[in-house]
Design a protein around this ligand. Structure first.
Ligand SMILES: Nc1ncnc2c1ncn2[C@@H]1O[C@H](COP(=O)(O)OP(=O)(O)OP(=O)(O)O)[C@@H](O)[C@H]1O
Length: 229
């Protein structure tokens, strides 16, 4: 699903690599936490998976494709096969909840009849049944993140990448979001989540990959958060 072969990334005008010779593999169906202190390279790792950045050396494979060999015009297609969720939700503020989710299907040319059927189903799945006509600004943070997850999942992606999805949420909402991501993972979707949320990592006992100054320093099955921030 994801493979890094000796991947290093040094940003322009930096003398220290943001990622330093990282090799690892994430298999289909896994749930993986990516942890490490601020600046350890987590976002860089995720950006390489999305081909928002390219490695300085080494190769990144995602969904069976060598991203270094993917032509630029194929990148949007590749990204549409993944779901992405961010700390700041990134909803379209002038569209309703239903329209936000529908948009992910419109851009891939799904017929209107299919969209009208699937959007309420996925909103039910995330616990927002009946809130289709609301505007994002009328929802709580936890609810907005549920909309973002519905939008990321509505295409049934093989891989969901989440960057600090509980970063703006209180503990109770965070637990709700994690239950949802766990459910999505149980449908077969691989989940890769960068986080600083110790309680959640300790509770879920999933695979934990830890970065420190760009180095892969721990890769542990059913791991805990482990490092002191
Ligand atoms: N666009 C960029 N240009 C130059 N340096 C960058 C850039 N993006 C990140 N870096 C540097 O690369 C290193 C890794 O940053 P990265 O954002 O990947 O860490 P992180 O673990 O995601 O941190 P955080 O938890 O604070 O989000 C840091 O030293 C950072 O300053």
């Amino acid at each position: 699903m994801i493979r890094f072969d000796n991947v290093s990334k040094t940003y322009p005008k930096q003398n220290r690599p943001a990622l330093d010779n990282v090799s690892l593999e994430i298999e289909k169906g896994e749930f993986v936490f990516l942890v490490g202190s601020s600046g350890s390279g987590k976002s860089t790792f995720l950006r390489l998976c999305l081909r928002e950045e390219r490695p300085s050396t080494g190769a990144v494979h995602v969904l069976g494709k060598d991203l270094g060999k993917l032509s630029n015009w194929k990148v949007p297609h590749m990204r549409r096969q993944l779901g992405t969720v961010f700390q700041d939700f990134r909803l379209l503020p002038n569209k309703t909840v239903g329209q936000n989710v529908a948009f992910a299907l419109e851009v891939i040319g799904k017929p209107k009849s299919a969209i009208n059927k699937v959007v309420p189903e996925v909103l039910d799945l995330v616990g927002l049944g009946g809130k289709e006509e609301r505007m994002p600004g009328e929802l709580s943070g936890g609810e907005q993140q549920r909309v973002a997850i519905a939008r990321a999942f509505v295409n049934r992606p093989m891989l969901l990448i989440a960057d600090e999805p509980t970063g703006n949420l209180d503990p109770q909402n965070s637990v709700g979001i994690m239950k949802l991501l766990d459910r999505i993972n149980r449908t077969g979707t691989t989940v890769l989540m960068a986080t600083h949320d110790q309680a959640i990592v300790d509770q879920m006992r999933k695979r934990v990959i830890e970065l420190d100054k760009g180095l892969l320093v721990r890769d542990q099955a059913r791991g805990v958060y482990g490092y002191q921030s």
